[in-house]
Design a protein around this ligand. Sequence first.
Ligand code: ASP
Ligand code: MG
Length: 823
Amino acid sequence: MGTSMKIYKFGGTSLGTAGRIKKVADILAGALQQDKIVVVVSAIHHVTDLLLDAATKASNGERSYCATLEELEHLHLSIASELFSGPLLDEVGAAIRAELSDLNNIAQGVFLLRELSEKSLALVMSFGERLSARIVSSCLQERGMASFTLDARKLIVTDSNYADARVDMHASVLQIKKHLAVFDRVPVVPGFIAAAPDGTVTTLGRGGSDYTASILGAALSASEIWIWSDVDGFFSADPKRVRDARILPYISYSEAMELSHAGARMLHPLAVQPAMKAGIPLLIKNSFNPAAKGTRIEKATPPEMSRPLPVTGLSSINNIVLLNMSGSGMVGVPGIASRLFSCLARHRINIIFISQASSEQSITLAINPLQAAKAKKILEEEFSSEIGSRQIDHLLIRRNLAMVAVVGNNMSGHPGVSAQLFETLGKNGINVIAVAQGANEMNISLVVESHDEDKALNCIHESFFLSQRKVHLFIAGTGTIAKSLISQISAHRLHLRKENDLDVVVCGIANTRRIAMDDNGIDLQNWKTLLIPRVEHHGIEEYLKLIRERNLHNTIFVDCTASARVAEIYPDLLLANISVVTANKLGMAGPWPLYRRIRDAQRKSNARFLYETNVGAGLPIINTLHDLKNSGDKIISIEGVLSGTLSYIFNELRKGGKFSDIVRRAQEAGYTEPDPRDDLSGADFARKFLILGRELGFTLEYGDVVCESLVPPEYRGEMLVPEFLDRLSSVDAWYSDAAEKAAAEGMTIAYAGEIREGKATIGVKQVPLSSPVAGLSGSENMVVFTTERYRVTPLVVRGPGAGAEVTAGGVFADILRIASYLV
Ligand code: ASP
Ligand code: MG
């Protein structure tokens, strides 16, 4: 044996089965080659819960406590029979039976009296650790490691607060030194249990074996205290809630304490103190993966491990209530807080969180929900005279809340941490209900709705720990635009990750019939095969409900439909702080009340709403207009051609040829809607001008846009497409006349729109040959901005204004714009 001495404490899961206990023996066999070891054990997995359960049942007069005790006996005996054989098995088996028979007697007493004092409960609970210590010690012996059990009741002295006893450190150190001054066999000590000065058993609170280990380590000046559990160490956040959480190789004592108090289940919150005082490092190790380095808890960061990050870790308590006491009678009255706290302390109600603003008008406390009703009652009694005289209002209790703690030594004196924290929460629409930060500046605790807990943890974690940020997309529609968008994202995703540290994750794709959802990202190569039929509800409302239930951070809803019903939900999305990118015009060009609701929601929301592709597909028209307006330019007029089909028809007319022939050719080449009258009516074109008009601040309805339809009235009704095309030649002469007349004046004809002085008009117009509109070719779109700054030569945006690829590209660009705002 070497010179150093270590404490190894094994938690319940590390002792969960005979196989696990053998692994523990392996670990110890290896460790004993170098060090002297004192072993501390928890009860076998679930045993403490079963004991509590049996005791509670017995005290309620439920006979089923007997079945629970049988289950306990069976559990221990079956583990023993797997581990041992021959006389050793007889011996251990007899010991287990004897202990359980004692336990049975106690439980029967509780059952008969229907009374369970904390003293009897502590006695019942002590059986778990006593049994596991016995089994582990025998297992070591069986493997040739000399060992003995040492009852913790001889070692740790506490007060008589049986359930959560307070340790008398001085007395305990004397006892420990006395019993463990020298030993040549491996001591196995039951954790969690201790004794009051009169010798009755007490317990150190749930999870208290860690505390036992730390007390022993400190008393014996161990070189290290190793806490073996079933995870690889402290994580930057709970990995069950935050997928990208990472192991922290090193944290300080104070960080470990802050994280443990705030819900991280790695360590009993009190376990750090004795080790810290004695300057002994604590190691968190995984008995299921002993090769993992684990987390080392020590005083100061070794320089090679020092982190540049201000935040070390996050943890959360997912069920708390807030208790609020307020009233004008509290201002400047000394002693209110002291009465409040001592009253709670007298009734052993633990306060998780405190916040009081400098106005002193109210104090907010967070406590365990199970104690809320009691707390309210006793405080109302305590302050009954103040409440009677209205100096203090009735106590308010708010439920369904979670507390998130952001912890780090480096936060102290590091400005900007809380700014960053609240910014990311705000952008994700997470309402912060209460905040507390102590002057040591190493813990900022916030209270949020339970529903927002995971979202808060994820966005805070991403903001402080990850260079790469995520946006989560939910796409509506699976038509040509959606298809192009998905393939563009798929092709470009890796690049964005590498170059922009941005991960664009598509979490949902849905149409009215089918849906695919995956929070971790749908496989974009195979998304079509992943769509499954939607059950029951097929509407957009149901999709919205699913998205809201997910409540992922940095969520963007992407509308690739042409559905009015989808457009109707934009306000709800925005009010739920979900950003929206849309290629669907039916929101911005929808009825004025819908348009107003979208705008109002946008103002109230922290989320963004972008719709560049509503006008001219991917061409930068809306953005250009915003830039002009925001930089103080005055828009005099907007003119343009915003229909690819109509652009094509008039560009061809300009070369000569008959109107009806050109329409037929366009239809055959697929440049038009299946029914070309949908293009010739100018309706879609008019919607774009409606949007531009509204952008300029005019109150316009669709009906206010004066739009000349190129479909003669007699051809509008039921007439089928082939008949329409055949009859269209009747208008050819009109177009050739109009073209000739224009040519005589050095002009040409075009189907174009214009907004000037609040009036939007669209139709066949004469334009000078020098006009940019006359120079269009193919199916190009164009918008001409004449402004105060661009008066002599107007600002022109020109290019293809339709097509799945360019539209999807525009949608993608909007998504990235929102991403760069969010992250
Ligand atoms: N067995 C006790 C409990 O389950 C103590 C411990 O495991 O640390 O709380
Ligand atoms: Mg534990």
